[in-house]
Design a protein around this ligand. Structure first.
Ligand SMILES: N[C@@H]1[C@@H](O)[C@H](O)[C@@H](COP(=O)(O)O)O[C@@H]1O
Length: 260
């Protein structure tokens, strides 16, 4: 697990570098997209490179991590719409190239199974962007999630609904109680995991993720078992890391040709 501590603009550049390198090597790469505020600076940087430096997504495919259950098609916080607003509609991703779990399906378990199959059929995810919840969730895998889990229905914790209420006009009751989310097993199958976190509110979750015992209480800790994880954190999110000095030395000593 590589930990990089830097300002948000630098973190966004590092994540965008990894995505750009992947797309230039293989234009039809499969990207894993995350919602929440953490990846927004990365999307802005990718849009800038698309507009100013010719970075193309025309052949790329993308899978989203999760979706609320039951939000109407035109609801702005439906994750499918959020991704359209923040990235897909601002670059040249082809229509239909971004897929997400269908939170409006009549048969939700069947939609989850179909989604898993679609990821497999695409050859798996090459690079998965991730955020982390204050309770250590990744995607919507709340504490207690099985490390072997696949895309399924989950019930959101009260804490997550409180955290996400800011996207729903501060109204916790407007945040859906249920979601569909890639499982921890699904996420662990992606070839490169790039997790972003910023702000003091994430410091404990980041400490547990990087340095804590692997435990269902902090679902993100399963990432310690993945062979290629990059954790990009700002100073505040890194403030509880015990080995922060070592992570800084390691990154400073890294040859410039070696990327994340
Ligand atoms: N489902 C999303 C996660 O994918 C996201 O990583 C997390 C953190 O969000 P933020 O980046 O806004 O702090 O919360 C949400 O609930």
């Amino acid at each position: 697990m590589e930990v990089v501590i830097a300002g948000v603009p630098e973190l966004a550049r590092l994540a965008a570098d990894a995505i750009e390198r992947l797309l230039r090597a293989r234009p039809d790469a499969v990207l894993g997209l995350a919602t929440g505020s953490s990846p927004l600076a990365v999307y802005d940087e990718l849009v800038r490179r698309h507009e100013q430096e010719g970075l193309s997504f025309a052949q790329a495919r993308a899978f989203m991590l999760d979706e609320y259950v039951g939000l109407p098609v035109d609801h702005p916080e439906r994750y499918r719409n959020v991704i359209e607003t923040e990235l897909a509609g601002r670059v040249d991703l082809a229509p239909g190239s971004v897929r997400g779990p269908d939170g409006l399906a009549a048969d939700l378990p069947a939609a989850c199974a179909a989604y898993e199959q679609a990821i497999v059929d695409a050859g798996g995810v090459d690079l998965q962007l991730l955020g982390i919840g204050t309770d250590g969730h990744v995607a919507f895998n709340e504490p207690g999630s099985s490390f072997a889990s696949r895309t399924r229905i989950k019930t959101l914790t009260h804490q997550t609904r409180v955290d996400n209420a800011r996207f729903f006009g501060g109204d916790v009751d407007a945040v859906p109680q249920h979601c569909l989310t890639q499982g921890l097993g699904t996420i662990m199958a992606a070839r490169h995991l790039v997790l972003l976190a910023s702000g003091r509110g994430k410091a404990e979750a980041v400490h547990q993720l990087v340095e804590g015992p692997v435990s269902a209480l902090w679902p993100a800790t399963i990432l310690q078992h993945h062979p290629h994880v990059t954790v990009l954190v700002d100073e505040a999110a890194a403030s509880r890391l015990q080995l922060a000095g070592y992570y800084r030395e390691t990154f400073d000593a890294k040859p410039r040709w070696q990327t994340i």
